[in-house]
Design a protein around this ligand. Structure first.
Ligand code: G1P
Length: 273
């Protein structure tokens, strides 16, 4: 049973400056909802009720978004706009939110380790809100929880990317279990195209077993001088405890302008149907 989802959300979002100067990048709206809300809704669909967010300086808007706003609600009550907060109401009725601050940004692995007090000793999901996922027929995390239930080990979502893009991702290789699952043997963070073990890139969805925290404690800085989650996962993979899953659906890289625009178009067309 996966009860908690961790959202690393302390990063600066430099690729969207100046928009992200005071606005957390997780609050950038795709159509009518901020990025982080898509992630929370995906976790909720997967049966997860406890959202654990690793924030940082200047990220208070995240906490305010997942809360009531009495003044605003009072203003729109009884008007045609009253239903516009329904998606938030649904989240607040079903979920709890807890927060911790990452003081120094030392990498994704460090952000996950910072979240340990919110997670404790149980398996948990991780959502990187920059990666906006649309799963078929159900959300990507829900697909992954099912795989976790069967294999009881860490699960990473992967997709094929063009070879010249592998250097942006964690890349895996291993033995196929079937058409959609791979027993991971190798993992490299941001490899050059000519040394990458494959073109299967990890996207921002993980189910992690809690031993990852001890491994992260002793994981040295890797690619980019940062403590990398991929390096800690490699330790688990060497013990045969990581499965990669070719998820069914689409991913928009909303950390880049082109992915962000594609996501906006996707949800716009959906809303017009
Ligand atoms: C992070 C991970 C990387 C993964 C990617 C998915 O990288 O370190 O392994 O492939 O997210 O979006 P970042 O995008 O933070 O550089």
């Amino acid at each position: 049973m996966i009860r908690k989802c961790l959202f690393p959300a302390a990063g600066y979002g430099t690729r969207f400056l100046p928009a992200t100067k005071v606005l957390p990048k997780e609050m950038l709206p795709v159509l009518d909802r901020p990025l982080i809300q898509y992630g929370v809704e995906e976790a909720m669909e997967a049966g997860i009720k406890n959202m654990a967010i690793v924030t940082g300086r200047g990220k208070r808007a995240l906490e305010d978004h997942f809360d009531v706003n009495y003044e605003l609600e009072h203003q729109i009550r009884g008007t045609s706009k009253a239903g516009m907060l329904a998606s938030i109401d649904r989240i607040l009725e079903n979920c709890t939110f807890s927060y911790t601050r990452q003081i120094n940004m030392l990498g994704l692995g460090h952000a996950i380790l910072t979240g340990e007090p919110l997670i404790g000793n149980e398996p948990f999901a991780v959502v990187l809100a920059d990666d906006l996922c649309v799963g078929y027929p159900v959300g990507v995390l829900k697909q992954m929880v099912k795989i976790y239930e069967q294999y009881q080990c860490s699960v990473v979502a992967v997709e094929e990317v063009p070879p010249h893009e592998v250097q942006k991702y964690g890349v895996i290789a291993g033995e196929a279990i079937n058409d959609e699952l791979i027993q991971v043997r190798e993992m490299v963070e941001k490899p050059a195209a000519d040394v990458a073990p494959s073109n299967l890139a990890i996207i921002g969805r993980y189910i992690l077993t809690p031993d990852i925290f001890d491994i992260l404690e002793s994981t040295a800085a890797g690619a980019g001088g940062e403590i990398q989650l991929t390096d800690a996962l490699r330790t688990q993979a060497e013990q045969g405890k990581v499965i990669a899953y070719k998820f069914k659906g689409m991913r928009f890289d909303c950390g880049s302008p082109s992915g962000f625009v594609a996501a906006t178009n996707h949800f716009y067309h959906l809303s017009r149907r």
